[in-house]
Design a protein around this ligand. Structure first.
Ligand SMILES: CC(C)(COP(=O)(O)OP(=O)(O)OC[C@H]1O[C@@H](n2cnc3c(N)ncnc32)[C@H](O)[C@@H]1OP(=O)(O)O)[C@@H](O)C(=O)NCCC(=O)NCCS
Length: 185
């Protein structure tokens, strides 16, 4: 039998006071607020953003389209769903970035920040997170939280730059055995 393997993940949090102002999106990119009609669009962008990423080892449904649709459906139909923190960015080539929010007591919980590979490095990831934070603030939440795989250095740095700090370390099981420091056997 294979030994259990785990990915190290951080829970990160920040207070919702003193949020930076929303930056302009790059030319040609626009915000699309939540509508149930956009469920499949969010799912497709989520799939394109995550299918080749390490998080698929922890959350296999991120690696196939039907899994992403089910995940989106589960998020959007929960009574904790926060539409004000759920956004899509549409670019010149179509929808390209997605984020969703859930309520966790007095905390807004960010889910699945994803930007398709062709549009990364343009500030869309940071803009999505800030947009969700402003949505949580409008809803009166005190804090925001998210979880990130420790090995996902780019995402960890992005969240730190936006004021998030690690508050807890979590270990999530993966079905694959990988040779890296994120793995604990
Ligand atoms: C993490 C992710 C959302 C970031 O999206 P993004 O639009 O590239 O983010 P930004 O452009 O706002 O910032 C990315 C950082 O990488 C830098 N960068 C430069 N070129 C880049 C490129 N080609 N691709 C990615 N990042 C690049 C940016 O300058 C920025 O650096 P900084 O934080 O030091 O300023 C995106 O990489 C992604 O979807 N990854 C796969 C899914 C994932 O892991 N999501 C996080 C789950 S917790």
């Amino acid at each position: 039998m294979l030994p259990a393997a785990y990915f190290k993940r951080y829970r990160m949090e920040r207070m919702l006071e003193a949020l930076p102002a929303m930056p302009e999106l790059p030319a040609g990119f626009t915000w699309q607020s939540w509508s149930p009609m956009l469920l499949d669009v969010h799912a497709e962008v989520k799939y394109r953003s995550f299918r080749d990423e390490m998080d698929v080892e922890i959350f296999p449904s991120l690696g196939y389209l039907a899994g992403c649709r089910e995940l989106m459906h589960n998020i959007a139909t929960r009574c904790e769903f926060v539409p004000e923190a759920t956004w899509l960015i549409v670019g010149p080539d179509g929808p390209c970035a997605t984020i969703q929010g859930l309520r966790e007591g007095s905390c807004g919980s960010i889910q699945n920040v994803g930007v398709v590979p062709e549009q990364r490095g343009k500030g869309l990831g940071a803009a999505l997170v800030l947009k969700a934070l402003h949505g949580f603030q409008r809803r009166g939440f005190e804090r925001a939280s998210l979880e990130v795989t420790s090995q996902n250095g780019l995402a960890v740095r992005l969240y730190q730059r936006l004021g998030f700090r690690a508050t807890r370390i979590l270990y999530k099981p993966t079905h694959k055995i990988l040779q890296d420091e994120a793995l604990v056997i």
